[in-house]
Design a binder for this molecule. Structure first.
Ligand code: MCN
Length: 785
C-alpha cells in the first residue's frame, strides 16, 4: 500500500464493474415504467398542416398522446439557448415538440406514452401527420446562397457572423501582410460532418410522487439538467433530483440540456402520475441528437523564405444545422484555437454560422479544434512543399518558444477572456516526436508516407466545480463531486488525488460523481475540465479536512499541528511514530457525540477530550466532523498541447489506406494517472481515425440522412485503429494548485491533419478534405488533383 499515488499508473477501479456487465445505465432502471416514443418528422423542411390521431386510439396499451397544443405554456416554450454570444444575432432553438414547422428529419412532433415500447411504436405508426413540404437547405454553400430560408426571420440563413483580427508586430492587418509577403498560397478545405455516436444513446426515466421529482438521464451535465427541469416544469429545485447513472459514452453530445425528452418525459410522469421512460434508438440518435465538424474553409497565407508566417486569413462557412442550443461555441473554438503552437504574424478569421435543414450542431470531442488544426497543419505542409523544406522544420520555425510563456495570442474566447497560453515546450515536444517515430530516418517509397500534426488545446475552463470530502469514523474517505462520468476513469483519478492529499491508502477512498445532493452547484463534464476543475476542488477540500484532522489530533496528542504528518491513514508526530492515532479515531474525536465504529476506537476515544475542559466541544465557527467542501474556479483555460505523427501505406491499385504506425507526444501538465491519460489518448485517436478515413454524415439533396445506421455510417473497428505509441512531456500549469491541464479530447484533435499529411507525402497530391476514402483517393490520383 502506498499513499503517494498522484502520478502513478493505478489501474482503473471502475473497469471491473463496467467490463463485467455491472454497470447500471438508464435503460436498466424503471423496468415497470410506461414507455415513451416519438413521432418524428420524415421531412427536412415542412409545414405541419394537421395531426390526426384517430387511427391510433384503439391500439392496446395506449396511455397518452401529446402534441405541442397539449403542452402547458411554460413547457411548450422554445428550449433555452445555453451559451449566448453578441455575434449570435439570430440564435434559434427548437420547441420541445414542433408546432407548425419542422426543420430537420427527426424533429419530434408527437409524444406517445404506452404500457410498453412496442405499443408506443405501434401508436406512432398510426398517427397521421399531414405535411406541406418546403424547400430544404442542405450544406453550408446552399445556406449562404440564401435562396431558401431555414427560419423565415433569419436572412441569408446567417445565425452568426464574426470577424476577429489580430494585427502583426508591425501593426498591419493580415490581408495587407499577405499582399506584400514574399510567398503566398490560397486554397480551400472541406470538412465533412460527423458525430459523437456513443454506444449508449440518450435516455430519460422520471418518477414523481406528487411532491418530489426524480429524473435519471444519460447526461454529461446532471446538475444543469436539474436546474433546467426545475425551471421549465416549475418544481422547486430542492424537490428535483437528477441522477446520471453509468453513462455509456457522451463525447460531447450529452452536454446539451435540456433535450426535449428531458423535459417531456418528466412532464408526462407528473401529468400521468406514473413512471415514464424513454430510451433513444440508434436511428433516433443519428437524426435527433447532434452532429459536428462540417465546415468549408477558404485560406490565404503569406510567408517568408524560411516558411515563417507573416499573415493568415481564414474564412469559414460553418454548417450549424437547424438550431443553435449551444450558441456558436464550435466555430469560436475553431477560430480562436486554430493558431496552435505558432506565432502567426497577422491573423484574420471570419466565420458565418449557417442554418441548414439538418441535425443541429453542438460540440463533439475536440469541439471545433479538429477543423482548426486541419486548416493550420495543411497550411504548414503546403508552405514546406512550396519552399522545398522539411515539414517539421517549417513548424519549428514558427513555434512559440519556452521563454515566451505566458503567451497571448491576442484572441478572446467565447466568454470574453483572453486566450493566454500558460506553459509549454513545443521545440522539445517536436524533438521527442521525431525521435519516437524516426522522422529523420524514414525511408520514403511509393505509396508510403509520413505525416505530422501539432495542436494546442485550451482545457479546464470554469466557471467552477466543487469537491466534498468526508472522513468517517471507520477511517474511510468519501469523496464526491457534482460532475458526471462517462468512462473517463474519474473514480480512480479522484481517489488518487484524495489518497495523496490525505495520506490514506487508496483502498479507503470511495468516489461518487454526479452527486447533485451534496453539490447542488456543478457544471459538467466537457472541455477536458474534470481533472483541472473538479480535481483541484477535491484537492482543496482534502487540504481543508487534513488541516482540521491535524488540529483535532494535535489537541489529543498534545502536539503542535505543524509537527504532525499523516502516513497510511495514521496521524503521527514527525519522527516519533509512537505518538500517533488513526484517522478513524480523529474522526470520532471531531464529533462531540463520539460514535465510534469499533470497540477499540470507542475505548480510545471515551475519555479523550480537549486539553482545555472549558472549551466548547465544537469551537465557534467550526463544524463538527472531518468534512469539508471547496469550490475551484479557474481564472482561464490552461493550454495542453500535443504532436502526433503517422506512417501510412496506400495500395497502388485499390487506393486502400492503412495506418501502419502512430505516435503521440502529449503534454497535459502534471499527470494524475499516466495510464488513464494514455487510454484517453488511444480512444481519441480511434475516433480521430474515424474522422480522417471513414465517418461522415451523408445528406442527400432532400435533407435525408442516407447513412443513419451503423451498417452505413462507418466507424473504425479495432482492426483499423493502429497501435498508438505514446510519450508524455509534463510542463505543469502555473494556473492551478495541482499543475494539471486537461487530456480527454487530446487524442482526436489532429488525427485528420496527420493522416492527410502522411497521405500527401505518400501520394504527392494535395489532400484537402476530411475524411478521405479509398475511392476519393483513387479519384484524386486519376484526376491528377
Ligand atoms: N487526467 C490525468 N492527468 C491529467 C489530466 C487528466 O490523469 N493531467 C485524467 C483525468 O483524471 C480523467 C481523464 O484523464 O480521468 C480525462 O480528464 P480530463 O481531461 O479532465 O477530461 P474530462 O474528465 O473532463 O472528460 C471530458 C473529455 C471530453 S470533453 C470528452 S468529449 C470525452 C473525453 O473526455 N468523452 C469521453 N473522454 C471520454 N472518455 C470516455 N470513455 N467516454 C467519453 O464520453
Amino acid at each position: 500500500m502506498t499513499t503517494k499515488l498522484f502520478g502513478e499508473p493505478v489501474q482503473r477501479r471502475e473497469d471491473h464493474r463496467l467490463l463485467t456487465g455491472g454497470g447500471r445505465y438508464v435503460d436498466d432502471l424503471g423496468r415497470d415504467a410506461l414507455a415513451a416514443a416519438f413521432v418524428r418528422s420524415p421531412h427536412a423542411h415542412a409545414r405541419i398542416r394537421d395531426i390526426d390521431v384517430t387511427a391510433a386510439l384503439d391500439v392496446e396499451g395506449l396511455v397518452a398522446i401529446y402534441t405541442w397544443d397539449d403542452l402547458p405554456e411554460r413547457v411548450g416554450r422554445p428550449l433555452p439557448l445555453l451559451i449566448p454570444h453578441p455575434a449570435l444575432t439570430h440564435g434559434r432553438t427548437a420547441l420541445p415538440l414542433a408546432r407548425d414547422v419542422v426543420r430537420h428529419v427527426g424533429e419530434p412532433v408527437v409524444m406517445v406514452v404506452a404500457t410498453d415500447r412496442y405499443a408506443a411504436e405501434d401508436v406512432c405508426a398510426r398517427i397521421e401527420v399531414d405535411y406541406e413540404p418546403l424547400k430544404p437547405v442542405v450544406g453550408p454553400e446552399q445556406a449562404v446562397s440564401g435562396v431558401h430560408l431555414v427560419h423565415d426571420d433569419v436572412p441569408g440563413n446567417v445565425g452568426a457572423h464574426l470577424v476577429q483580427e489580430v494585427p502583426g508586430p508591425d501593426g498591419r492587418g493580415a490581408r495587407e501582410a499577405i499582399e506584400t509577403a514574399p510567398h503566398t498560397l490560397s486554397f480551400r478545405l472541406d470538412i465533412e460532418r460527423s458525430a459523437a455516436t456513443p454506444l449508449e444513446g440518450r435516455g430519460v426515466y422520471a418518477r414523481w410522487d406528487g411532491r418530489d421529482l426524480r429524473v435519471y438521464s444519460s447526461t454529461q451535465t446532471s446538475t444543469s439538467v436539474r436546474m433546467a427541469v426545475s425551471a421549465v416544469l416549475g418544481v422547486p429545485l430542492p424537490q428535483v433530483e437528477v441522477i446520471a447513472p453509468d453513462v455509456g459514452g457522451g463525447f460531447g453530445v450529452k452536454i446539451v440540456h435540456p433535450w426535449p425528452e428531458e423535459i417531456l418525459v418528466p412532464w408526462a410522469a407528473m401529468t400521468l402520475g406514473r413512471e415514464v421512460k424513454w430510451t433513444e434508438d440508434r436511428r433516433e440518435h443519428f437524426v435527433a441528437s447532434a452532429h459536428e465538424r462540417g465546415q468549408v474553409q477558404h485560406v490565404r497565407v503569406g510567408f517568408d523564405d524560411d516558411g515563417r508566417l507573416l499573415g493568415l486569413d481564414v474564412t469559414i462557412l460553418h454548417d450549424h444545422g437547424a438550431y443553435t442550443p449551444y450558441g456558436i461555441i464550435v466555430p469560436i473554438v475553431t477560430s480562436t484555437q486554430l493558431l496552435g503552437p505558432y506565432k502567426v504574424g497577422a491573423y484574420r478569421v471570419e466565420f458565418s454560422s449557417l442554418y441548414t435543414n439538418t441535425v443541429q450542431v453542438t460540440p463533439y470531442r475536440g469541439a471545433g479544434r479538429p477543423q482548426g488544426v486541419f486548416c493550420m497543419e495543411r497550411t504548414m505542409d503546403k508552405i514546406a512543399r512550396r519552399l522545398g523544406k522539411d515539414r517539421a522544420e517549417v513548424r519549428a520555425a514558427n513555434f512559440i518558444q519556452p521563454e515566451d510563456f505566458p503567451y497571448d495570442q491576442g484572441m478572446t474566447f467565447q466568454d470574453g477572456r483572453p486566450l493566454i497560453y500558460d506553459s509549454g515546450d513545443y521545440p522539445r515536444m517536436l524533438r521527442m516526436l521525431k525521435e519516437l517515430i524516426g522522422w529523420d530516418d524514414f525511408e520514403r517509397a511509393p505509396g508510403r508516407g509520413i505525416g505530422i500534426g501539432c495542436y494546442v488545446e485550451g482545457t479546464g475552463p470554469g466557471p467552477y466545480e466543487g469537491g466534498h470530502v468526508q472522513i468517517t469514523s471507520d477511517g474511510q474517505v468519501h469523496v464526491s463531486t457534482g460532475l458526471t462520468s462517462q468512462g473517463q476513469g474519474h473514480e480512480t483519478a479522484f481517489a488518487q488525488i484524495a489518497a495523496t492529499e490525505l495520506g490514506v491508502p487508496i483502498e479507503r477512498v470511495s468516489v461518487v460523481t454526479g452527486d447533485t445532493r451534496r453539490l447542488g452547484y456543478a457544471v459538467g463534464t466537457f472541455a477536458s475540465r474534470a481533472a483541472v476543475v473538479s480535481g483541484n476542488a477535491i484537492a482543496l477540500a482534502c487540504r481543508k479536512v487534513r488541516e482540521k484532522a491535524l488540529r483535532v489530533a494535535a489537541d489529543a496528542l498534545e502536539a503542535d499541528p505543524a509537527d504532525l504528518e499523516i502516513t497510511e491513514g495514521v496521524v503521527h508526530v514527525a519522527g516519533a511514530p509512537q505518538a500517533s492515532m488513526p484517522l478513524s479515531t480523529v474522526a470520532v474525536l471531531a464529533n462531540p457525540l463520539r460514535y465510534a465504529f469499533d470497540e477499540e476506537t470507542a475505548r480510545a476515544t471515551q475519555f479523550a477530550g480537549a486539553a482545555d475542559p472549558n472549551r466548547p466541544p465544537v469551537a465557534e465557527g467550526d463544524e463538527p466532523g472531518l468534512e469539508g467542501r471547496e469550490f475551484y474556479s479557474p481564472i482561464r483555460c490552461t493550454f495542453a498541447a500535443g504532436m502526433h505523427a503517422a506512417i501510412v501505406e496506400t495500395d497502388p491499385d485499390t487506393a486502400e489506406i492503412r495506418i501502419v504506425r502512430y505516435a503521440v507526444v502529449h503534454d497535459c501538465g502534471n499527470l494524475i494517472n499516466p495510464m488513464i491519460v494514455e487510454g484517453q489518448i488511444h480512444g481519441g485517436v480511434a475516433q480521430g481515425v474515424g474522422g480522417a478515413l471513414y465517418e461522415r454524415m451523408v445528406y442527400d439533396e432532400h435533407g435525408q440522412l442516407v447513412n443513419a445506421s451503423f451498417m452505413d455510417f462507418l466507424m473504425p473497428y479495432a482492426t483499423e485503429v493502429p497501435h498508438v505509441e505514446t510519450a508524455h512531456l509534463q510542463t505543469p500549469s502555473p494556473l492551478n494548485p495541482l499543475g494539471i491541464k486537461g487530456a480527454g479530447e487530446a487524442g482526436v484533435i489532429p488525427v485528420s491533419a496527420v493522416v492527410a499529411s502522411a497521405l500527401e507525402d505518400a501520394e504527392g497530391i494535395p489532400i484537402d478534405r476530411m475524411p478521405i476514402s479509398p475511392s476519393e483517393l483513387f479519384h484524386l490520383r486519376t484526376s491528377g488533383r
